[in-house]
Design a protein around this ligand. Structure first.
Ligand code: MN
Length: 229
């Protein structure tokens, strides 16, 4: 046993559908600009390679949670996303081999401080504090493979009203393609989590809002935005 000078931090993890055992989270990668209609609503350049950024592993939040409205923003946005989790790592994974590396999939929300992100883009600065803040990664229970990740309806409602409604088949870089791409940039490992990008319809959340994500074949995710911390 390694001796530590402080108690070692707890291992972040996700609930698993149909099991008491949990999925240990190693790293969280996110794909940006992965649906054409969202790229256009943000005024981002088109026809470029996939954009990746990260969130800390301990940013994960369970379904059913109330998330205090985060500090340092007046424009907290929802981004409904398919989340895939890896049971096996690798480098230079071929697109046709990616499905063998997946352990499961879940519904997620890439919570975003849109005002901080706009400033970062304008100033050529990092996105970290716009994307990787505390409690910025609500992720529902993981459904073990086999799960359909190439197509299926993805929907986000706020207080029952539909805000985002698209199909996974609209991804510019499908799961097989962007995971292969990511594995040429970093060594992926078991426990890695990938948030696969959001379609159009991103908008603000305010205290009291209930945001719910549903994707065909996956357990839903529902979180409440609480008062400012
Ligand atoms: Mn996103």
């Amino acid at each position: 046993m390694t001796a530590y000078v402080l108690p070692a931090p707890q291992q972040p993890s996700l609930a698993v559908h149909g099991s008491d055992a949990r999925f240990p989270v190693r790293r969280i990668f996110c794909v940006g600009r992965n649906y054409g209609d969202h790229v256009r609503e943000m005024g981002s350049p088109e026809g470029e390679p996939p954009v990746f950024f990260t969130k800390p592993a301990d940013a994960v939040v369970e379904t059913g949670a109330t998330i205090p409205y985060p500090p340092d923003t007046d424009d907290l946005h929802h981004e409904a996303e398919l989340v895939v989790v890896l049971g096996r790592g690798g480098t230079d994974i071929a697109p046709e081999a990616v499905m063998d590396h997946l352990w499961g999939a879940a519904c997620g929300i890439d919570l975003t401080r849109r005002d901080r992100q706009a400033e970062a883009k304008k100033g050529g600065k990092p996105w970290d504090m716009a994307k990787g803040f505390d409690l910025s990664a609500p992720i529902g229970p993981v459904a073990p493979m086999p799960v359909e990740v190439a197509k299926g309806r993805l929907r986000l409602t706020v207080n029952g009203e539909t805000r985002q409604d698209a199909d996974l088949s609209e991804m510019i870089w499908p799961v097989t393609s962007h995971v292969a791409h990511l594995s040429r940039t970093v060594a992926l490992k078991a426990g890695d989590v990938i948030m696969t990008g959001t379609p159009a319809g991103v908008a603000a959340l305010v205290p009291g809002d209930v945001a719910r994500v549903e994707i065909d074949g996956l357990p839903p995710l529902e979180v409440t935005i609480g008062p400012r911390a």
